[in-house]
Design a protein. Structure first.
Length: 165
């Protein structure tokens, strides 16, 4: 059983789409461990603020199968394929970690956004503080402590979601 960490983000009706993603992810993977939800300004383009969080789950599926599920969930919630990277979106699901796998195919793992973006690192450090980054060889708590928090503004927000389990 692999432990996966998933980044979830949205800046179009974000509360609605985060909740929808959690319902779908719980249906696909079972019990989820959720970080707090954080609001942040759009990065790389002018747009509405994003809501972001990280969740973890357990799976027997391959990396390819997990990513295919994420793409299907995004599509079901209005994400258009091929939209440029820095743009508004209903839903963005990214596989951050698959156990301690380091690979470039079928996707790059661990995702480089982990150490670059506060909206990924802070929630990841919250739910997996003692897990070690497979390349940096430091825990996510240590990486977050060392992160230059002046580079990106984000703040926790109130978010309520009730598991269907």
């Amino acid at each position: 059983m692999a432990t996966i960490y998933i980044s979830i983000g949205s800046n179009i009706e974000p509360e609605q789409y985060l909740k929808a993603a959690l319902v779908d992810l719980e249906r696909e993977f079972g019990v989820l461990d959720l970080s707090s939800v954080f609001e942040s300004e759009a990065i790389g383009f002018q747009g509405n603020n994003f809501l972001n969080m990280v969740v973890s789950a357990q799976t027997l599926l391959s990396i390819e199968a997990v990513v295919a599920i994420f793409k299907q969930i995004e599509k079901e919630h209005g994400r258009l394929p091929g939209v440029k990277k820095f743009s508004a979106r209903t839903l963005d699901l990214d596989l951050l970690l698959y156990d301690d796998q380091v690979c470039q195919q079928p996707i790059a793992l661990p995702r480089d956004e982990i150490v670059k973006n506060a909206f990924v690192l802070w929630p990841l450090a919250e739910i997996a503080p003692l897990v070690e980054h497979p390349i940096a060889k430091q825990t996510y708590a240590v990486l977050w402590d060392a992160y230059d928090k002046q580079t990106q503004r984000l703040w926790p927000v109130d978010f309520q979601w009730q598991s269907e389990r």
